[in-house]
Structures are given as C-alpha cells and as structure tokens.
Design a protein around this ligand. Structure first.
Ligand SMILES: [Zn+2]
Length: 413
C-alpha cells in the first residue's frame, strides 16, 4: 500500500520523542523538550525538499512551503497546521510504540509484565479496525498520535508531491506548532511566514471526521472576601466566604453541566473551588455553541455575582469573566468552499464525511478569528490523551490520500 511504510515509520519515530506540554507552566513554550521534535521536523523538511524551512528557536514554530507548480495566477494556496506537543494528561516519556498487524478483534495485551490489557468491552471503537494494523503503546504512556499522526500524514503528503513534480498543485503552506494541548491558541503563529490565507488543522480522532463547529468559551473566577470572627460572637458579624461560594454554585442550573449535556447543549463547569471563612474563589468554564445562548450564559453569571454583591457588599464580591475562544463556524461558514472541498476529498477517498459539533476548542478556533479560517480534519487517532491511545496505520494512509485530493482540488480552483 502506497504511503504505508512512510506513515508508520514516521509516527513511530515521532512518538519516541517526549513532547509533553505543561498547562501549569508560565513560560512559552511551556516545555523545552518540544524543541527536540521541532528540530527533527525542520531537518526532515529540508531533506525531503520543502522550501523556506524555518524553525523559530524562541517559539518552536516550524514553517515551510511547497511552491506552486502551476502557471502564475492559477490555483489557490492551501495551508496545513498540526501540533507537536502531547497532552500532559498521561506520561509522554519513554513511549514504546509497537505494531499489531491484522488486528483480530479481540482484547489486546499491551504489557505482559504489568498485565495491561485493552479490552473491546471498554474500548468498542477497536472493532472498527478489525483486519487493520495498529500502532499501540505499552500501556504505561500515551502514544502521542495526537497529533503526531497528523504530522506523519502532512510530511508524507509533502514528500510525495516533491517526488512527483508532474502532480499539479498550488502553493502549500505547512506549520508545526507547540503547546496546543496546554493553551490551544497557536498565538505565536507568524501569518506572514505561514503564507496561506486559509488552513486546515489535522488533529482530532476518528478517521473521516471534520470539525466546523466548536464552542464559544469563556472562563470566570468569582472571588469572595469574608469576615472571620470567633464563632461564639459571630452572630450578625461573620461573613463566611466558603458559604457564599457554595451559594454561588447553587445558583447555577443543576443539569447544565458537562456530565449532563451532549451534542449542541452548553454548560457551566466549576473547575475548582478553594474556600475558607475569610476567602473563597470559584473558577468556572462557560460553554455554548450558539452565540446568543453563550452571551446569555455570560450575562447570567454576571447577574449571579451582582445578586451576591447586593447581598454581601460589592466590595466583597469580585467577578473576573473573560472570553477564551469563539465558535470557528462564525468564520468558516463564510468560506463555504473550505468544507465543500474537504467533504469532496474525503468522499473521493471512499469515505463518508462525518462531523459532530466539537465540544471543545481547536487551534483553529483562535486562528479563524485572527484571520485564517481554519476548520479541522481528523488525524485518525483513537483514545487520545491516555495510555490506551492507538493509531490504525491505514487511517494515516487514508489521510495522506485525502490531503492529496484536497491539494488537487485547490489546484483546479
Ligand atoms: Zn490534538
């Protein structure tokens, strides 16, 4: 199968490089280890003949492009963005990827010594890949197919085009970015250097899925100043910040939480509460797909804080509410060809394009509003962010084919 050996070798090689990012880090990039993969990718890009390769040693962003081979003025520029870091939710150190050929549909022994088994009962998604070849972990680390399966597909597509100059294509811009898992904003992407007015991220699970709908998101922190006095003489004087923090949480609609919502339903999610009598702080996330509903949710949180301020004194209640990212559909829907072409490419590769509202954000959520409309194509990994992550090699091969189809369509545009 064309591309099979290339994507397999690439994912295994990339997975062995520890590139975990760190959500608690105050620096950017959040970890220095990501540079190891950035440098490896920059070298590889030069080797296969990608032009204008540039690794920004401060931000760890890696750029390159394949110049158009069409007559001047023909074809449309296309861009691809994938992230080099892995989620800090599971260890990314000493990853030992291995290949299970012709998966037979049974449970998979990942680690004999530690008796770690991936069962089809717990992970029924395995059954979609019977007969395929899976890249797996040893059950003690994540694999990092999120998003190294995406990098492998983009690199293999580029290699093919550079080896086959007879295949017509417009300009193709490529960027590999750090820290998607820790801040997800691609905030240091240099638009000029990237050089494409539109882009697709190649990330996400399940082959053949694309994302053109994400949450609108804000984060809020309610701070409460209490007043502690001896409990024996507290009557009419004490202001218990911990009680007020609980009162605030009880004002939130009980069923509008992540654990009770799905599809296009929004929610409030209390991510933390630290409280004693003198001081309390409640952190929460506010999410919705619909702009009006999202704004109503923000207004509701403000009104809760206002009510508490009226009751306990406005100097004692402080709300900090900030927008985090917006639904990229607002931008992507204005460039309908991007999704039309993507669906066409997926179809032409023999798959049915599928989408679901993505209950999170992507690098594209931020990029879209900063000027690069950026929907997402699945990278084809499964069980991301955990020890049972795996990637079917055939899914990566399909993605190379989809990317080449996309480039072909953009060339004719
Ligand atoms: Zn990812």
């Amino acid at each position: 199968m064309e591309f099979y050996d290339q994507v397999k070798e690439r994912l295994i090689r990339y997975a062995k490089v520890d590139t975990h990012s760190d959500r608690s880090s105050q620096t950017f990039p959040t970890t220095s280890n990501q540079f190891d993969l950035a440098r490896m990718l920059a070298d590889e890009m030069r080797e296969i003949g990608i032009s204008e390769v540039y690794l920004d040693e401060k931000t760890f962003y890696t750029y390159g492009c394949i110049p158009s081979n069409l007559p001047e003025g023909e074809g449309r520029t296309i861009g691809f963005i994938t992230h080099i870091d892995t989620a800090p939710d599971a260890s990314g150190k000493d990853v030992k990827p291995w290949v299970l050929n012709h998966y037979d549909g049974g449970d998979i022994l990942l680690n004999k010594e530690k008796s770690i088994v991936m069962t089809t009962e717990e992970f029924p998604n395995l059954l979609q890949y019977v007969g395929q070849d899976l890249i797996l972990t040893d059950g003690t680390t994540l694999l990092g197919g999120d998003d190294k399966a995406g990098i492998a597909a983009v690199m293999t597509m580029a290699e093919y085009l550079l080896k086959h100059p007879e295949v017509a294509h417009g300009k193709i811009s490529i960027a590999f970015t750090p820290d998607e898992e820790s801040n997800g904003l691609a905030e240091f992407l240099d638009f000029q250097r990237f050089g494409s007015p539109i882009a697709y991220t190649l990330d996400g699970d399940h082959l053949g899925y694309y994302i053109d709908n994400t949450f609108y998101a804000s984060g809020a922190a309610l701070s409460v100043h209490g007043l502690s006095v001896h409990t024996g003489t507290a009557k009419g004087i004490m202001r218990n910040a911990a009680d007020i923090a609980v009162e605030f949480q009880q004002m939130l609609p009980a069923l509008e939480k992540p654990q009770y919502t799905s599809g296009k339903e929004g929610f409030y999610h209390v991510t933390g509460c630290v409280a004693d009598c003198e001081n309390a702080r409640v952190d929460l996330l506010i999410r919705d797909f619909d702009l009006e509903k999202f704004e109503a949710r923000n207004a509701f949180i403000r009104s809760c804080a206002q009510k508490l301020a009226e009751k306990y004194g406005k100097e004692n209640i402080h709300l900090d509410l900030r927008e985090q990212y917006r639904n990229l559909n607002e931008v992507v829907s204005k460039v309908p060809f991007m999704i039309d072409y993507l669906k066409k490419a997926i179809q032409e590769c023999g798959l049915t394009p599928k989408t679901e509202p993505f209950r999170g954000g992507t690098d594209g959520s931020s990029l879209s509003f900063r000027g690069i409309p950026c929907p997402n194509l699945s990278a084809g990994y499964e069980n991301a962010h955990g020890r049972f992550e795996y990637v079917p090699i055939q899914s990566m091969v399909k993605n190379v084919e989809i990317l080449l189809k996309l480039c072909e369509t953009y060339a004719k545009d």
